[in-house]
Design a protein around this ligand. Structure first.
Ligand code: AMP
Ligand code: MG
Length: 393
């Protein structure tokens, strides 16, 4: 991952966008509040604004004014209370709001309230400007709901890096598209292309503009032609399949013919055949064809790469420790990412079939057990777990 990240020159095209188009983009500058939010202390409840000292005698007090949200009251007259509603500015002179449930409105229009009250100064204010500067989000962070949903009140526009342009294609003579061929018409040896769907969706989720080049047959010339086309006007070429060691795997030699391969095969399971290189000015990433391998390598390697490409400075998905309720008796020399899910008590259950061809494991599972090389697991062992939700956001 460090080697991949080192290859990235973040895209530096900056553009101003309206906040309606801001979701999932990356901030090119710190987002600083230009004003105090809310502009003044306001009431967090319906009740009566009072001076605490006036209540000490335990007498009923007249209501000298009524302040609703959006209105602006006047200074609170001595020995009186102000009727006040949620969101209304607290009048000068008042030092507490007593909730209406604790007060009695008498027939003579006066209000009796508890003799004691407590004021929490500035409790309604979440942001104050001068002399302090409030940072709402830092340069290099992805804007995500709900964090920016209330910012339109503060900053009408923000600057972000441009979206990465990604060319995507799947390889494999066996692949057919659902919709093109009905299940009962599937020719022998054919399988549905599943990678295309989730890879495209994952790319879009990460804010990429995707050129979907479809399915490329298992032939050298066709692969070279597809890579050549994809290298034009794209920041990244992302492929699935055809990157292993078989004679029908044409991706690797085709990339080497047109550009160079910098990295091939990594010690993880699933995902060993992963490849990285360059074709012209475009980065190239080759994912294995097995759907789980494709999915996992995308989340572990392509996702951080694409985030960094957009100027994001923090991409690590947090992992937690959890207790295994399963056994994994056979150690592997590669680092494994096992599909698991959390039980109600926080312990982890393992999907019974860990084959990289069984995409059901990531549908059933809600995360990956990050198992170091050479490690077996017994029920009760503590393992590291990364939630898929962390990798998909
Ligand atoms: P490959 O990496 O091309 O050797 O493919 C490995 C396995 O994944 C083979 O069984 C392929 O049929 C399968 N496979 C490759 N691409 C896809 C795809 N797009 N969707 C589903 N399965 C695939
Ligand atoms: Mg293949």
């Amino acid at each position: 991952l460090a080697e991949l990240i080192a290859q990235v020159q973040p895209l530096i095209g900056r553009k101003k966008y309206h906040l309606f188009a801001a979701d999932a983009r990356v901030l090119a500058q710190d987002l600083v509040s230009p004003l105090q939010v809310p502009p003044q202390d306001n009431s967090s409840m319906d009740g009566y604004a009072v001076r605490c000292a006036d209540l000490a005698a335990g007498l009923a007090l007249p209501v000298s004014q009524r302040i609703a949200a959006g209105a602006c009251g006047s200074a609170l007259a001595a020995s009186s209370v102000a009727r006040i509603f949620t969101g209304a500015p607290i009048p000068d002179g008042a030092d507490a709001v007593v909730p209406q449930e604790d007060c009695t409105l008498q027939d003579d229009g006066q209000v009796r309230s508890p003799a004691r009250c407590r004021w929490v100064p500035g409790s309604g204010a979440v942001a104050r400007t001068s002399p302090r500067v409030v940072l709402f989000s830092r340069k290099g962070r992805v804007l995500r709901l709900p964090s920016w949903a209330w910012r339109p009140a503060l900053v009408p526009v923000s600057c972000r890096w441009r979206r990465p342009r990604v060319a995507l294609f799947s390889t494999g003579d066996e692949l057919v598209m659902p919709g093109d061929v009905a299940p009962h018409d599937m020719p022998p040896g054919a399988i549905y292309n599943s990678n295309r769907f989730f890879l495209r969706a994952l790319l879009q989720r990460l804010g990429c503009e995707v050129s979907d080049l479809g399915i490329v047959p298992d032939q050298r010339e066709a692969t070279v032609a597809a890579l050549q086309a994809a290298a034009q006007e794209h920041d990244l070429i992302l492929t699935s399949g055809g990157v292993s060691v078989g004679e029908e795997d044409h991706i690797k030699p085709a990339v080497q013919a047109l550009g160079h391969l910098d990295l091939w095969q990594i010690a993880i399971k699933p995902g060993k055949p992963f490849a990285y290189g360059r074709v012209g000015a475009a980065h190239f990433m080759g994912l294995p064809g097995n759907p789980v391998s494709s999915f996992v390598t995308f989340l572990l390697l392509v996702r951080p790469f694409l985030l960094r490409l957009q100027g994001v400075t923090r991409w690590a998905a947090p992992s937690v420790t959890a207790q295994a309720t399963f056994s994994w008796p056979k150690a592997d020399k590669r680092r494994e990412f096992l599909r698991a899910r959390r039980n109600a008590d926080g312990s982890l259950a393992l999907f019974p079939n860990q084959s990289s061809g069984v995409l059901t494991s990531v549908v059933w599972g809600d995360g990956l057990v990050d198992n170091p090389p050479g490690q077996t697991i017994q029920p009760g062992d503590t393992v590291r777990f990364v939630a898929l939700a962390e990798l998909l956001s």
